[in-house]
Design a protein around this ligand. Structure first.
Ligand code: GAP
Length: 582
């Protein structure tokens, strides 16, 4: 066997090939293809679904088992109150423009950016007056469309007016239109809405983490990048609730302190340990740095190449409205650097918003080591006044007032000054044994589908064996949909091969049996699926009960007795072919 040196294909050389292989080998298929397909909806075929299951298991190993962040499962349909509180109803918008001629709906800012880029014109779409997030302003986008006379990129027709489009899918809960529902755009909100119960579950102690893997939905305006931008996708999120005063003291920081990561931030571009990045204030605090390191552990375990993985800090004008520091884990693909995960400090934004919306307290009592004598301001709600004035909202206003321990000037609720008749302010001397603290949330949030696509790209390779081109998916054995393939060399050996197949399946291996076509074609098929090892039952098997094991990556072969085969393969899956076989 002659094996050429691995050909590391350039990113450009990959264009189209990975998706073609993924479709041909049953990893990814366009959904509802028999009816023409729908942009942004993709199926996982049998090998894809298995791969996805294993990627999610690797994620669970690191974030659920490793971090003791127990998972919960909340509905994918959320009620209106949740998204009023989270801000998704008002803020979760993209700019849309429709072609007057062909009626195609387009992302207005993308149309403008593409147009300007193709003509080498630099222009900033962001509104300098919007301080919190780089939301391209509709006015600015409209202005550019008008001034450059930008037309529909699909048909050349005139474009209509730019306007906001909310990305949430809407529905009704129950018959009729009584209660609006929304398909969740992130799994996180289900966790925030359960916070009071979760706090009790964790016996009122911080910090604790809660995980959720599940579908999220975004009605993307025109998803055109294959499987990168989906309308239904899987997120794996952890919300870590932490005392804000402890954000720079992660109890297990030492375990990751020396992990080196590729960083791109406003002040630094290069490789540094997460400890150095914290000390130099590149990363805001240890909790973020710790989760960035764990994030890298996950990606490299599932096969994202470390050299093509970087952590990019959001610029202040790019940050989501709830975050104070946010990092994207980005993987380099044929689509450029794409965001695979976000690691954000969401502060107390979400809990405070849900506290307001629900009227329920979302704070944690954190006891001191010794009680303290203090003077405190107490705001006592006057329900006799608040009830008739605020009616259904009175409970919410009262909870808001009771949570105040510092007042200067008028108290404002929901943008309106609360009439001083609605409360009394008292200064009292108290012995206090702790503080009520609204936890801050550190959130590593992964896009599983984008991670899988990146893994497929990074695993894709082509080489030449015996003068023949071969495609090989160099998937990590941790996630390969098939671990071992079993082949009879000739038909007469089918029964013996099936025996070996059953033996390995009983030993807990993911095995596939294949007796169709030439042995060469069977090897190629498994190489394209990413199966790390293939076992062949040949004539020698009947003489001495041994089989060959072939290594996908090198195509080297060794013999093993059938008796020890399962153990040998288990060892190879963990330690590699060479270390076990030599
Ligand atoms: N809870 C935080 C959150 O949802 P995000 O950055 O909007 O943050 C997290 O999403 C991850 O979900 C992203 O890093 C990305 O991998 C994935 N994601 C977001 N939108 C997606 C889409 N339309 N298609 C596929 N994956 C998407």
């Amino acid at each position: 066997m002659q094996l050429d040196k691995r050909r590391d294909i350039s990113i450009d050389g990959l264009k189209g090939r990975v998706l073609e292989l993924a479709k041909r080998r049953g990893f990814l298929w366009p959904s509802y293809e028999i009816y023409g397909g729908v942009a942004g909806l993709w199926d996982y075929g049998p090998f894809g679904a298995m791969l996805k299951h294993r990627v999610e298991s690797a994620w669970r190993d690191i974030f659920v088992v490793g971090e003791s962040a127990l998972p919960i499962e909340t509905p994918t349909i959320g009620v209106e109150e949740v998204f009023l509180a989270s801000g998704h109803l008002s803020n979760f918008v993209d700019l849309i423009v429709e072609c007057v001629n062909c009626q195609t709906a387009l992302r207005a800012d993308h149309v403008v950016t593409e147009y300007l880029k193709s003509r080498g014109i630099a222009a900033d779409l962001c509104d300098p007056d919007i301080a919190t997030a780089c939301v391209p302003s509709s006015e600015k986008t409209q202005e550019l469309i008008d001034s450059y006379g930008i037309m529909c990129p699909d048909c050349g027709g005139p474009l209509g007016k730019v306007h906001d489009f909310n990305l949430m899918f809407t529905t009704h809960i129950g018959p009729g239109t009584q209660r609006n529902g929304y398909l969740r755009p992130e799994t996180a909100q289900g966790i925030f809405a359960d916070f009071p119960r979760l706090l009790r579950f964790y016996r009122d102690r911080l910090p604790f983490g809660v995980a959720q893997i599940g579908k999220s939905y975004r009605n993307e305006i025109s998803p055109r990048q294959g499987v990168i931008r989906l309308r239904e996708f899987t997120q794996a999120e952890v919300e870590v609730f932490v005392d804000p005063r402890e954000k720079n003291h992660h109890p297990r920081f030492d375990e990751v302190a020396n992990v080196e990561i590729n960083i791109l931030s406003k002040d630094f571009a290069g490789t540094a340990s997460v400890k150095a990045a914290c000390e130099r204030n590149i990363i805001a605090h240890e909790y973020l740095a710790y989760h960035i390191a764990r994030c890298q552990e996950f990606f490299t375990r599932v096969g994202v190449r470390e050299s093509q993985l970087r952590f990019r800090q959001h610029l202040p004008d790019e940050m989501a409205h709830y975050a104070v520091d946010c990092w994207d884990a980005e993987g380099l693909t044929q689509h450029g650097w794409i965001e695979l995960a976000g690691i954000a400090d969401r502060t107390d934004y979400d809990l405070k918003q849900h506290e307001r919306q629900s009227g329920l307290q979302m704070a944690v009592f954190v006891p001191y080591e010794e009680p303290k004598e203090v003077e405190r301001i107490v705001v006592r709600p006057n329900m006799g006044y608040l009830g008739p004035k605020y009616k259904g909202k009175a409970k919410q206003v009262a909870a808001f007032l009771s949570a105040i321990h510092d007042t200067k000037g008028p108290i404002v609720f929901d943008g309106d000054v609360v009439d001083p008749e609605g409360y009394a302010i008292e200064t009292v001397r108290q012995s206090i044994s702790g503080d009520f603290v609204t936890p801050h949330v550190i959130e590593p949030s992964f896009g599983i589908d984008r991670s899988i696509y990146t893994v497929l790209e990074h695993a894709y390779d082509e080489d030449i064996i015996d003068g023949e081109r071969r495609i090989v998916l160099r998937l990590s054995p941790d996630i390969a949909p098939v671990e071992v393939a079993v082949f009879p060399l000739v038909k007469a050996l089918n029964e013996k091969a099936l025996e070996v197949f059953r033996l390995l399946r009983r030993a807990g291996l993911l095995v596939e049996y294949d007796d169709s076509g030439t042995i060469g074609r069977r090897y190629r098929r498994q190489d394209e699926i990413g199966t790390p090892f293939a076992v062949t039952i040949d004539h020698e098997t009947t003489e001495n009960s041994t089989v060959t094991i072939r290594d996908r990556d090198t195509t080297k072969q060794v013999r093993s007795s059938i008796e020890s085969l399962a153990d040998v393969l288990h060892g190879m899956l963990v330690h590699g072919f060479d270390r076990t076989s030599s």
